[in-house]
Design a protein around this ligand. Structure first.
Ligand code: RIB
Ligand code: CA
Length: 315
């Protein structure tokens, strides 16, 4: 499967990139960058760092630093990502440079040069780049096989509560208008929300972190070091973005429900909330039937086995 990764590296984005590059089922055509966990420039440098570390030559293009409404997207969450977005390891500045083309145009070019249904987009940051490419060329956007978006808190499982506000997940909260555009695009959208990514069965806990450190290889030390802040601050690391990539490799890792999702863009306390109408007795109009495939359960053990084998051990 050919994939384009749109991300805001970000520690878990970096691990998702490693998983994708290290999976023979995927061919990474491009990495496009959006601000979020850190600034657009830092996120770009971090993606280039990971590609250089792994020795992969994949085009990287910079996208949006501001949301659809013009707000700054970057909101560094240093307790997990550090100040530079990659755990403040002071990794060398990469020799590899980003492409001169804008992320949105690179996505459009890749879709134009491939057949219908050949490319899956995996978005692990705010959805600004994705919304803007859909708006810019909807006919081309319809060629996409699937958009897998890490984002949302759908209040379906006990874990599906917010992480930026009591009800909003970070990627959606940074650009709710973009999320609404993507969710209502009528494209094949799968949402990997906190309902599954905050399920403790997928967490890397202190014990697992110790095991990763004990492997004492270049790769295991890199992984152990970039997740260290989260382990120290919270006692665990939640691999949100690697799960989104894992689902493109093995969709059976999750249970999915087609649901109708509205994104709140106005509420003083609810902006960025992803709302599902659970009223089973209410007859829904055609345009209120499902618009998003929402992940509602996950096989944590099988996911962690894949993560350990492909992110920690073999690259
Ligand atoms: O809420 C978690 C998501 O927000 C992850 O994608 C993380 O990298 C941040 O972008
Ligand atoms: Ca991310």
């Amino acid at each position: 499967m050919k994939v384009i990764l749109d991300m805001d590296p970000g520690v878990d984005d970096a691990l998702a990139l490693i998983l994708a590059l290290n999976s023979k089922e995927l061919e990474v055509l491009a990495v496009t960058i959006v601000a979020g966990n850190t600034s657009l420039s830092n996120a770009t440098i971090n993606a280039l760092r990971v590609l250089e570390l792994i020795g992969c030559d994949v085009p990287v293009a910079m996208g949006e630093s501001k949301s659809i409404m013009g707000y700054e997207l970057a909101m560094p969450f240093t307790f997990i990502h550090g100040y530079d977005g990659l755990g403040d390891l002071n990794l060398p500045i990469p020799n590899k440079k980003a492409e001169s083309i804008h992320a949105i145009d690179l996505i459009i070019d890749k879709l134009k040069s491939h057949s219908y249904g050949e490319i899956t987009i995996i978005a692990t940051g705010p959805l600004t780049n994705i919304a803007k490419f859909i708006i810019k060329d909807y006919e081309v956007a319809k060629k996409v096989n699937q958009i897998i978006s890490m984002g949302g808190a759908f209040n379906i499982t006990p874990y599906g509560i917010g992480n930026q506000t009591p009800v909003a997940e970070f990627n959606i909260f940074r650009d709710p208008e973009a999320a609404s555009i993507v969710y209502n695009s009528r494209l094949n959208v799968t949402a990997v929300g906190l309902d599954v990514t905050m399920n403790p069965s997928i967490f890397i806990d202190k014990e697992m972190h110790k095991k990763i450190l004990e492997k004492d290889t270049k790769t295991s030390k890199f992984v152990a070091n970039i997740i260290k802040r989260s382990i120290e601050n919270y006692g665990f690391f939640a691999p949100h973005d690697p799960l989104a990539v894992a689902i493109s490799i093995d969709p059976k890792l999750v249970k999915i429900m087609p649901l109708h999702v509205k994104v709140e863009t106005k509420g003083e306390f609810t902006r960025g909330q992803t709302i599902i109408d659970k009223r089973w007795w209410v007859k829904k109009k055609e345009d209120e039937k499902s618009n998003v495939n929402v992940c509602v359960d996950v096989d944590g053990k099988r996911f962690l086995d894949m993560f350990m084998e492909r992110v920690v051990e073999n690259w």
